[in-house]
Design a protein around this ligand. Structure first.
Ligand code: 5GP
Length: 352
């Protein structure tokens, strides 16, 4: 088996401290780890306790970690509600505008069966983040760039960062052109500001799952299609996409190999200090009417970031704290440079 040969690597999707674990037979024998760390699996012989080391750790001694099955089972038993109700993240664009990606049939079924078999101890564990098998991946020069997904709460500065990155190299970075059903304005051209389509076609496209996200605004639909991402990548550009974090799981495919960056606010004290004279643009239609940040905006931003991190943190490849914009931008730029040159851990399913 790959584990026996020491060739199995798992990305931890949760934090683990054996000293907090009542079930572990011997706390000293446990291996502690943090979400996002890569573990090399040494043995899976025991159904409940696997043996693992931190990847790259020269120390040959392995420690005990809960097996995937065991961890899933006890989490499901302890917190069945996490399986059933995804937490609502406050809308990052305009309120009530962005609608969630349609639940796929499988999701619906999964949720339903989870409701139904609460008592029977048979959970569908697909949505419990435990471990993900990963493998090293380095982009070859002939390959398309990976999709880069930026997520973060309203007002955190994600759009400024995106804009700065775009203008830093317009040949290299690209963004998607959204679809809309509203009439084209005279100064606009089809395919530039928007791709203009009929309501009927938009609805058909929604039915056929052509959109990553879409919403309704003043009786018109707007949305980002999967094909619009493809066309940026086809131009041999790095595609920058900002979406709600719940859409990320639909994008995690071999084709896009998304790299997910979470833009995180600093502490509330730092927000007060650094954003005192700044303005918040809460949605694209507020562009002309940016308002100064209020204390509530800061609190909302922190709360929303916490919810995102708790619920979707296992999907984040990188977290960048936007305290000072210039510092955050440099970190972002460095992250992009590394993404193109370095080896990264990706799900094994992306390589075939
Ligand atoms: P406008 O019609 O003035 O160009 O844009 C109206 C609104 O459409 C904007 O406030 C913006 O929030 C929304 N919008 C533009 N593009 C997209 C998109 O790709 N997806 C979603 N959900 N909304 C969009």
């Amino acid at each position: 088996t790959p584990a026996k040969e020491g060739k199995m690597f798992l990305k931890a999707l949760f934090d683990y401290d054996p000293y907090e674990d009542k079930a572990i037979p011997c706390k000293e024998a446990g291996l502690s780890f943090k979400r996002g760390e890569i573990l090399q699996i040494v043995s899976q012989d025991d159904a409940t306790w696997w043996q693992a080391k931190h990847e790259g750790d020269a120390n040959p001694r392995a420690g005990l970690i809960p097996s995937k099955h065991f961890q899933e089972r006890r989490l499901a038993l302890r917190r069945p509600e996490i399986l059933v109700q995804p937490l609502k993240v406050p809308n990052r664009k305009s309120s009530g505008f962005r609608r969630s990606f349609r639940l796929s049939r499988k999701d619906k079924k999964t949720n339903k069966s989870m409701y139904e078999c609460k008592k029977s101890d048979q959970y569908d564990t697909a949505d419990i983040p435990t471990y993900e098998e990963v493998t090293p991946y380095r982009r070859q020069t002939h390959e398309k760039y990976r999709l880069v997904v930026l997520v973060g709460p309203v007002g955190v500065g994600l759009n400024e960062l995106k804009r700065k990155l775009l203008i830093s190299d317009t040949q290299h970075y690209g963004v998607t052109v959204p679809h809309t059903t509203r009439p084209r304005r005279s100064q606009e051209s089809d395919g530039v500001e928007y791709i203009f389509i009929s309501k009927h076609l938009f609805e058909t496209d929604v039915q056929n799952n052509k959109f990553i996200e879409y919403g309704e605004y003043k009786n018109n639909y707007y949305g980002t299609s999967i094909d619009s991402v493809r066309s940026v990548l086809a131009k041999n550009k790095v595609c920058l996409l900002d979406v709600q974090p719940h859409t990320v799981k639909h994008l995690r495919t071999l084709e896009f190999k998304p790299y997910v960056i979470f833009i995180k606010p600093p502490s509330i004290e730092r927000l007060r200090e650094t954003r005192k004279n700044a303005k918040i643009i809460s949605s694209r239609d507020d562009q002309g009417a940016a308002k100064p940040f209020t204390e509530e905006d800061f609190q909302e931003m922190i709360k929303s970031a916490q919810i995102m991190e708790n619920q979707y943190g296992h999907l984040f490849d990188k977290i960048i704290v936007n305290d000072d914009l210039t510092v955050a931008f440099n970190e972002l730029k460095m992250t992009f440079d590394k993404l193109e040159t370095d080896t990264h851990w990706v799900p094994v399913s992306w390589l075939h």
